[in-house]
Design a binder for this molecule. Structure first.
Ligand SMILES: [Zn+2]
Length: 336
């Protein structure tokens, strides 16, 4: 069923599980992710990046398809616009049926990123959207996810306070578009960020991180885990293998079907790798509704939980999601 991203963050906090988000490029990606999430019994975010929207000559068609699939899914699904740098796309978001957006001003100089993110978040909140953002080029002039660039905890806390965002993407060692899972995360930095930043932390570039390191990152304080390239590796390898095995193959359903199955397997592997069996077995993602009393600033996360590094200390409570944001989110879901 169609849910909203704020509710999924609440679910993650209540169940101490990470919130998995997958980048959708084709319809096969969406089918594969939802099927895997249903098998795992977990909620999931389908996210469409500005680049993917551009590939489809605009965001509307792919998001509409994802919305229909979400509405008919047996698990809770939210729709998210990822890496939005265009004000035009931002202003389309409210009419597209997504419940959250990632504002990407990370390539801007710091002060411009703050202004762009603050203005975008103000607009998005007025339209009942949950807002994720990313810091500028802290510690270097490259992209925040570039090797060696790290998010400073004090700077991150100030950025959240200045912009009013609801979740923060941090640079802790991952990089986008890695096809090997060999990147090393700075787990100690994640723990420091989790203690300093009052909103959930988001890891981009998770495809380049091995399962064990991802589990540690979740224990250290990462809440939302973004995955894109891992799906595309599985997808493309299946297409390549299928076509190589049958040079007479011309029906797209032959090789795209294989790609969809391979992608589903990769997604399901990640659910099982990151979420304990007990969480999967009780079907927590099905029929998810927003809690009656969403956690807020009056429900602080105990310090000892934030500092735990063994997976028990998942700091998932979205303290920056004010209760007033919950009402329009509920209305959005009921209208669906
Ligand atoms: Zn990203």
């Amino acid at each position: 069923m169609l849910s909203d991203t704020a509710a999924l963050f609440h679910h993650a906090g209540d169940n101490r599980t990470p919130l998995l988000a997958f980048n959708i490029i084709t319809l096969e990606h969406a089918h594969a992710v939802l099927r895997a999430a249903e098998v795992a019994g977990q909620p999931v975010i389908l996210q469409i990046s500005e680049n993917a929207a551009r590939y489809h000559h605009g965001p509307a068609a792919l998001i509409a398809a994802c919305r229909v699939l979400a509405q008919t899914s047996t698990t809770s699904v939210s729709l998210h616009l990822d890496h939005v740098a265009s004000v035009e796309l931002l202003h389309l978001a409210a009419d597209l049926g997504v419940s959250s957006i990632m504002v990407d001003g990370s390539r801007l100089p710091d002060q411009e990123n703050i202004a762009f993110t603050k203005d975008s978040a103000t607009w998005a909140h007025q339209h009942h959207l949950f807002v994720e953002a990313e810091l500028g080029a802290i510690g270097g002039k490259g992209h925040p996810h570039t090797h060696g660039v790290r998010t400073d905890p004090a700077h991150a806390a100030a950025f959240v306070a200045q912009t009013g965002i609801d979740a923060l993407a941090v640079a802790v060692g991952s990089q986008h578009a890695m096809t090997t899972r060999t990147a090393e995360l700075d787990q100690a930095l994640i723990q420091r960020l989790a203690r300093s930043v009052p909103v959930p932390l988001v890891l981009h570039g998770s495809s380049g991180i091995a399962d064990d390191a991802l589990r540690l990152a979740v224990g250290s304080g990462i809440v939302k885990v973004n995955v894109g390239t891992l799906l595309n590796v599985a997808f493309t390898n299946a297409v390549r293998d299928t076509l190589a095995a049958d040079l007479q193959q011309v029906d797209p359903r032959g090789y795209l079907g294989a790609a969809r199955t391979a992608t589903e397997t990769a997604v399901l592997h990640l659910f099982h790798a990151l979420i304990p069996t007990t969480a999967i077995d009780h079907g927590a993602g099905a029929h998810l509704t927003r809690p009656q009393s969403p956690p807020g600033p009056t429900d602080p996360i105990p310090t000892d939980e934030r500092e735990a590094g063994d997976g028990a200390g998942l700091t998932a409570v979205p303290t920056a999601v004010p209760a007033e944001d919950a009402r329009p989110c509920r209305r959005r879901r009921q209208q669906a």
